[in-house]
Design a protein around this ligand. Structure first.
Ligand code: HEC
Ligand code: HEC
Length: 647
């Protein structure tokens, strides 16, 4: 399989350069008053769609009266979900809570604020899907009818909610763009149709919804402003929807080709149209910057959206500089021999190659495997058990831990400030701040956090390929990406393009999962790992063994794998998934969220997946160590500090 990427390069560049001034575009709309009316029309169309959905649910409810009519029930299921998909861009954007009830995963949900309470039962389309596919069983009729009635209740609520809302132009257009991200990252992976695998035709319907919403709200205005642009956009919509509609086979559908040829160029066209119409961009701080055209563009993800506060760029830079020195300085540890870099080596994408890092002065090893710090800032929580919300708080635990750096943060800060060079760097990074130990402790952590936030590198061969810039992936890796997005279901947890559990398109929440990781790679005598995971932090039953979904970026450099370092190679990891995780291996894994049936991947497919993971390596600008550490003129013994620590 070869993908003809090159010829799109020019188009992508032209469009990208046309886009640059967009972030500064005027707030007033060229469509003026008229646009407000057309937005009302768009809202009416959406509202009509909800009525149609409601009518389909009424029909479905009565279809159960004839229990043998499986064809009709299935047809109504498909029509109803397609209708949901048609309006998905607005339902998800403006009423995410209702959307989650209507089309959320078929899994129990545990409220972390109610320890001891019962789980919430799943409901909606995916539950109905699970009752209706792969085989129709007459005995599930009542359960199905109950789901249809739940859906009807949600739809009624949605109607009330929509009637009480006014759409604003910037957010309306943003909703359209977010839907393109939803299709790219979730629609193509079968995220919400895990059993029937209708995701491609349903994505076509979601895109059809975007197309008709655009046409109603902006079609005439664009025609007036730029008729050629309107035609280009329209033909791009048609072609892209056509490819999705005519996809024959979920597994075989060529995602790379589709993204590079169809969906990405369409997204660029939408941005060009936005610019022509002078529709404003949202102005809030987000992980995915509001001006994006596709999620694969460079420089789009902003780790500062996860920070407790945003600061001017010049301060980010001076804090990063200070943080980088601190990261490599063993002065941060109790024995002056260990630095952050002792366990996070920049040459290994900030891991250390060990299942468990070396402990402090003969104390036991830390309990978990040291994870990569590259792109780690793009998460809403840190550590395997998601115990920490801000990077600013992450260091406290490591510094104090007897197994790790065993230091008293206040003492360290006092020592650091004895270096005039460090004192100056603190001054520069925190201008005007009072000098106190308390403050300096926080500042040290803020500087380390700024450094970790600078470790974002999203320019791997995969990115270049998806941007249409280069043929940067081998045929094996391209097949592997397709498996990752399709048959192997990896992307339903590791969302592209970050490949972690930070959920698109909002990117505000990082997910945890129960996959039943074993103690080691010996599957025949497998034993379940004993780490309680998130349960150790919040003890609701669903958290037992639940761990954060980590990024797969640079995973070729970060062996061994999993929070316990159980697997030495990526092949072992893929074989673990191929078997259906812990439960698939026959272990008792309460609440495993990974499906336990085998993926039925053959040897070639396992190799293809491994090849794909190898295309996620980009460490540009992150591998260097500082050439020197700040001096302590009055303490000659300090000049022997080893950059990055002794061990
Ligand atoms: C002794 C080894 C060791 C040292 C030293 C160390 N770390 Fe870590 N680091 C780890 C381990 C192990 C984890 C995973 C902990 C967990 O998941 O519970 C981790 C996790 C992290 C994370 C969270 C990553 C994620 O994706 O959740 C960050 C950020 C981090 N370390 C930064 C630092 C900084 C900054 C320092 C220096 C102040 C440091 N580490 C020192 C071993 C170490
Ligand atoms: C149900 C969600 C889910 C699915 C599906 C899933 N993963 Fe994971 N993945 C996780 C979680 C959670 C972890 C962390 C496990 C741990 O730390 O113990 C993980 C860890 C990994 C790691 C180790 C990363 C590291 O740095 O240690 C790799 C590699 C990986 N997954 C690849 C894949 C591939 C390939 C697939 C598809 C065959 C896949 N995953 C499917 C949730 C999932």
């Amino acid at each position: 399989m070869t993908v003809k990427v090159r010829k799109y390069r020019l188009l992508a560049c032209l469009i990208a350069s046309a886009m640059i001034p967009m972030t500064g575009c005027e707030k007033t709309s060229a469509t003026g008053r008229q646009s407000i009316n057309t937005l009302d029309a768009a809202k009416q169309e959406y509202r009509n769609g909800i009525d149609s959905l409601s009518a389909l649910l009424v029909q479905a409810d009565s279809a159960f009266n004839n229990p043998n009519d499986s064809v009709r029930v299935r047809s109504l299921f498909q029509q109803a979900r397609r209708q949901f998909k048609h309006g998905e861009f607005l339902t998800e954007y403006f009423a995410g809570g209702i959307a989650a009830k209507m089309n959320g995963p078929d899994l129990l949900e545990w409220d972390e604020d109610e320890v001891g309470g019962p789980p919430e039962q799943p409901e909606g389309f995916q539950v109905w899907e699970g009752l209706l596919y792969p085989a129709y069983r007459i005995e599930t009729r009542d359960a199905m009818r109950a789901q249809v009635r739940r859906l009807q209740a949600r739809v009624n609520y949605l109607k009330m909610y929509v009637d009480s809302r006014k759409f604003e132009e910037a957010s309306y257009f943003d909703a359209l763009m977010q839907e393109t991200v939803r299709i790219t990252t979730k629609g193509l992976s079968g995220f919400d149709s895990p059993i029937a695998l209708f995701s491609l035709t349903e994505s076509a319907e979601a895109l059809e919804g975007v197309r008709s919403a655009f046409a109603v709200a902006y079609g005439k205005a664009l025609e007036k402003t730029s008729a050629p642009q309107a035609r280009l956009l329209d033909s791009s919509f048609r072609a892209t929807i056509h490819v999705l509609r005519s996809a024959k086979n979920f597994d075989a559908f060529d995602r790379t080709e589709f993204l590079v040829r169809n969906l990405n160029p369409l997204c660029f066209q939408l941005r060009v149209a936005q610019r022509a119409l002078r529709i404003a961009l949202p102005t809030d701080l987000r992980a995915l910057k509001p001006g994006f055209a596709t999620v694969f563009d460079s420089g789009l993800f902003d780790p500062w959206s996860f920070a407790p506060e945003n600061i001017p760029d010049s301060l980010k830079e001076s804090r990063r500089e200070l943080g980088r020195l601190l990261f490599f300085d063993p002065i941060l540890s109790g024995n002056g021999k260990r630095a952050c870099a002792s366990c996070h080596h920049p040459e290994r994408a900030f891991t250390d190659g060990l299942a468990r890092s070396t402990g402090f002065n003969g104390a036991g090893a830390p309990l978990r495997n040291a994870p990569t710090l590259l792109n780690a800032a793009l998460q809403s929580r840190y550590f395997s058990d998601l115990a920490v919300i801000y990077l600013e708080d992450q260091a406290t635990q490591v510094l104090r831990s007897e197994r790790e750096m065993h230091a008293v943060p206040h003492d360290i800060v006092r020592r650091i400030k004895e270096s005039p060079e460090y004192a100056r760097l603190f001054q520069k990074a925190f201008p005007g701040a009072q000098d106190s130990t308390e403050k300096s402790d926080l500042q040290m952590r803020q500087a380390l956090a700024a450094y970790v936030r600078s470790l974002v590198a999203l320019n791997a061969p995969f990115d270049k390929t998806l941007r249409g810039e280069a043929f940067a992936m081998s045929p094996e890796a391209l097949r592997g990406f397709n498996l990752f997005m399709g048959k192997a279901k990896c992307a339903t947890c590791h969302f592209p393009p970050l490949f972690n559990g930070t959920v698109p398109p909002e990117y505000t929440e990082s997910e945890k999962e129960v996959i039943g990781v074993t103690e080691g790679p010996h599957f025949r005598k497998a034993r379940l790992d004993k780490d309680p995971g998130r349960y150790g932090v919040v003890s609701v039953a669903g958290n037992i063994g639940a761990v954060k979904t980590p990024t797969l970026r640079n995973v070729a450099l970060t062996a061994p794998y999993m929070h316990n370092g159980a697997f030495g190679t990526l092949r072992e990891v893929v074989e673990f998934y191929n078997a259906g995780g812990g439960a698939g291996l026959g272990l008792d894994v309460p609440g495993q969220t990974l499906p336990s049936d085998s993926l039925r991947l053959n040897t070639q497919e396992v190799s293809d997946l491994v090849a794909f993971l190898g295309a996620l390596t980009d460490t540009t600008g992150t591998t260097g160590r500082p050439e020197r550490l700040p001096e302590f003129p009055e303490q000659p013994e300090m000049s022997h500090r080893k950059i990055g620590g002794k061990y």
